[in-house]
Design a protein around this ligand. Structure first.
Ligand code: 5RP
Length: 229
């Protein structure tokens, strides 16, 4: 009798990265997200790179990886529409609403997602939740608004912490800062995203409800599950 060892989180990420290839239409320009799961997708993309015309990327890090495997990266302004945007998530619920921004790329992720007809989320099963809010909610803010935005979260029962890197405030690809907010139960993601979007100084809130996923490829112990929303 053979016993199989369970797949590691890294192996689950590789599995969904590979599975995402089936959403790419030959000759397409593909939208590419950011993070360790997307890095697995980029590795898989390298094996079919001649089938894609290019990519629009959501971060400097993904752009560098795409260029390293010989994929042309286009400016988002050069592209009117993308067939598909493939990205990870920090959390995804049963309706395809997500929390994103753990890699600080949320603003560009929302922009590239907005260009795409279909958002395909790739994630291991640890990311699937009943209610968003366990993962600290990332919010990109203009530095002079940080304290004000933190007070507005406190009024909602949340605790906002400035994200640091090497002891200094992390600076995003857009030159802004990130607040990570704990203590929120995001029971109405659409309404909360709309509300936070109105606050002065908020560049992007990491709730992706207005731009939710249409598909989630979820890496599980039983293989890749496809969730359609
Ligand atoms: C980056 C993101 C990522 O998609 C999210 O953090 C998931 O990352 P990973 O695949 O490394 O778990 O939103 O801003």
């Amino acid at each position: 009798m053979t016993t199989s060892t369970p797949l590691t989180q890294d192996e689950l990420k590789a599995l969904v990265g590979q599975a995402a290839l089936r959403y790419i239409v030959p000759g397409d320009i593909v939208g590419v997200g950011t993070g360790s799961t997307v890095n697995k997708f980029i590795d898989a993309l390298a094996t079919v790179k001649d089938q894609v015309r290019g990519a629009v990327s959501s971060s400097v890090a993904s752009t560098e990886r795409l260029r390293a495997i010989g994929i042309a990266v286009l400016d988002a302004n050069e592209v009117e529409q993308l067939g598909v945007y493939i990205d990870g998530a920090d959390e995804i619920d049963g309706q395809g609403h997500m929390v994103k921004g753990g890699g600080a790329a949320l603003t560009r992720e929302k922009i590239v997602a907005a260009l795409a007809r279909q958002f395909v989320c790739i994630a291991d099963e640890s990311k699937l939740v009943d209610t968003l809010g366990r993962f600290p909610l990332p919010v990109e803010v203009i530095p002079m608004a940080t304290a004000h935005v933190a007070r507005r979260f406190a009024a909602l029962g949340g605790q906002a912490t400035l994200r640091l890197k090497d002891g200094q405030p992390l600076v995003t690809d857009n030159g802004q800062h990130i607040l990570d907010v704990t203590g929120l139960q995001i029971t109405d993601p659409l309404a909360l995203e709309s509300e936070i979007n109105q606050w002065p100084g908020v560049v992007t809130v990491g709730i992706f409800a207005h731009q939710k996923a249409q598909v989630c490829l979820l890496g599980t112990a039983q293989g890749v599950k496809t969730l359609n929303f």
